[in-house]
Each structure stands twice: as structure tokens, then as C-alpha cells.
Design a protein around this ligand. Structure first.
Ligand code: ADP
Length: 254
């Protein structure tokens, strides 16, 4: 197994002098290639801070992070931008699609500046669109498609470069339960069949139940982790809720 994410002793302190706040402390974890992992915890636990650090848009106060074996914390902005483009894919709660581009052009946008030949780009779009069930809407514009289709388009855009790591921030937050289920099944499939590595922040126990592992943080500290193993998704869902009821942050819309 290949380690894709290696987080060692991460600490994040906001502010300076007398006004400091420790948002993360002693955070250690690894994620292996092909894993689909959720990060959960109550509001204010430090989930967004952790995701922003992994996304290279915020820096830890101390600690080390390797993504695909590469340390990026001391990179200069240009090198960091290249690292972000080549190694990371993003899925946000509000899709972040460009309204003036078709679904297809949104998906291939991350490859627009690459030197990849057109046939290879076409092939990739076709394969990923088929995987996510959006072949029929490739020529449509974001305003013509549903929220679920928008998020599957965003997932295709995140996958098109075959990034080492996909970071998803509450990807089902704006979706109805049927669209959310379809998206989660797709992400699960992509991790199992394409060995995509996905790290997802969510407060939704149902969403987390599609993952192989759930990491919980509370007050900036690692709290516990649970592993799905051979249990069914329903049993795992129940386990996730049990932990949430202890640490707080359980959603009430199940
Ligand atoms: P979560 O995503 O789990 O809700 P966050 O990572 O957003 O938590 O925040 C963790 C803690 O860090 C919160 O108490 C928050 O108020 C604090 N925090 C986040 N960003 C800043 C900042 N820029 N300056 C000061 N404190 C911050």
C-alpha cells in the first residue's frame, strides 16, 4: 500500500502575543492510496483549518505534511500553485462551476493549460463522465442542470487530472438525499475501482458512512477514529452516530 497523506504533529495557532488560539494541536494521521476517509467533529473542532492546510491555502504553525511523498510547506507560491494543480483535486459544497462554460468545458478546465493532446483529453472526459453518469449533459450549462449533476460535474473536474489527493469540503451539504447518495456512491466507486484517494470533511453521518474510515477531531485534537472494515454501511452509520453523540456534532436530519 502506498501512503498518500502523511500528517505529523500539526499545530495551528491563530493570532499573536496575548491573543492566541490553538485551532489544531498534535494532529497525526496517514491516508493510503485508494482510501475514502471522512473527517468529522463538532463545529469549531478545526476541520476547516485542517482542510485548508492540506489544500495548501493555509500554513500550520509547526509540524510536517507529505502528500504523495512531497513536502510542500516551504514551497514558494509558483511552485505551490503547480503542486496544487498537479497533485490536488477539490470538491466544494457550492460546486464552484463556471456558468459561462458547458459541463464538458468545466470538467476539462484544469487541463486547459496542460500540454496534453486533445484526443487524450477527450478520452479522459468521456471515461470520467461515464463513471459519474453525466455523459448526457456534457453540452449543457450549469444553470440547466440539477444540484446533484453540478456536484458530479465538480467531482469529474476534480478527477480529470488524476490527482494524488481529492479534498472534499461538505460535498453533499447542498444536495437532496437522493443526489447525495448518488454522489457518495460515485466517490466510493472511484476510490475502490480507480484507487482515487479522497479526504472529505463532513458533519453528515450518512455521508461519512460511505467512507472506509472516519477521523474525529475535537477542540483541535485528534479524538478517535473508526474503521468500517467488514461491517455493513448501516452498521457503520450507527457507529458513526454513536461516536458523534459522545463528542457532539451529530446532525439531526437523518
Ligand atoms: P470547524 O471547521 O471544525 O468548524 P474551524 O477550523 O473553522 O473549525 O475553526 C477552528 C477554530 O479556530 C474555531 O474556534 C475558530 O473560531 C478558530 N479560527 C478559525 N480561523 C481563525 C482565524 N483566521 N483567526 C482566529 N481564529 C480562527
Amino acid at each position: 500500500m502506498k501512503t498518500i497523506v502523511e500528517v505529523t504533529n500539526i499545530k495551528k495557532v491563530y493570532g499573536s502575543n496575548s491573543q492566541t488560539f490553538t485551532a489544531l494541536d498534535k494532529i497525526d494521521f496517514t491516508v493510503q492510496k485508494g482510501e475514502f476517509v471522512a473527517i468529522m467533529g463538532p463545529s469549531g473542532a478545526g476541520k476547516t483549518t485542517l482542510l485548508n492546510i492540506l489544500a495548501t491555502i493555509d500554513e500550520p504553525t509547526s509540524g510536517e505534511i507529505l502528500i504523495d511523498g512531497i513536502s510542500f510547506l516551504n514551497m514558494k507560491e509558483k511552485q505551490l500553485a503547480r503542486f496544487r494543480r498537479d497533485k490536488l483535486g477539490f470538491i466544494f459544497q457550492d460546486y464552484n462551476l463556471l456558468d459561462t462554460l458547458t459541463v464538458k468545458d468545466n470538467i476539462l478546465l484544469p487541463l486547459a493549460l496542460s500540454k496534453m493532446d486533445a484526443t487524450e483529453i477527450e478520452n479522459r472526459v468521456e471515461i470520467i463522465a461515464r463513471r459519474l453518469g453525466i455523459q448526457a449533459i456534457l453540452e449543457q450549462y450549469p444553470y440547466q442542470i440539477s444540484g446533484g449533476q453540478k456536484q458530479r460535474t465538480a467531482a469529474a473536474r476534480a478527477m480529470i487530472t488524476k490527482p494524488s489527493l481529492i479534498l472534499a469540503d461538505e460535498p453533499t451539504g447542498a444536495l437532496d438525499s437522493k443526489s447525495a447518495t448518488e454522489l457518495l456512491e460515485s466517490l466510493q466507486e472511484l476510490s475502490q475501482e480507480e484507487q482515487a484517494t479522497i479526504l472529505m470533511v463532513t458533519h453528515d453521518a450518512l455521508a461519512a458512512s460511505y467512507c472506509q474510515r472516519v477521523l474525529y477531531i475535537k477542540d483541535g485534537h485528534f479524538f478517535t477514529e473508526i474503521v468500517k472494515g467488514k461491517t455493513s454501511r448501516k452498521e457503520f452509520f450507527q457507529k458513526i452516530l454513536d461516536v458523534l453523540s459522545v463528542i457532539g456534532g451529530a446532525n439531526d436530519v437523518i
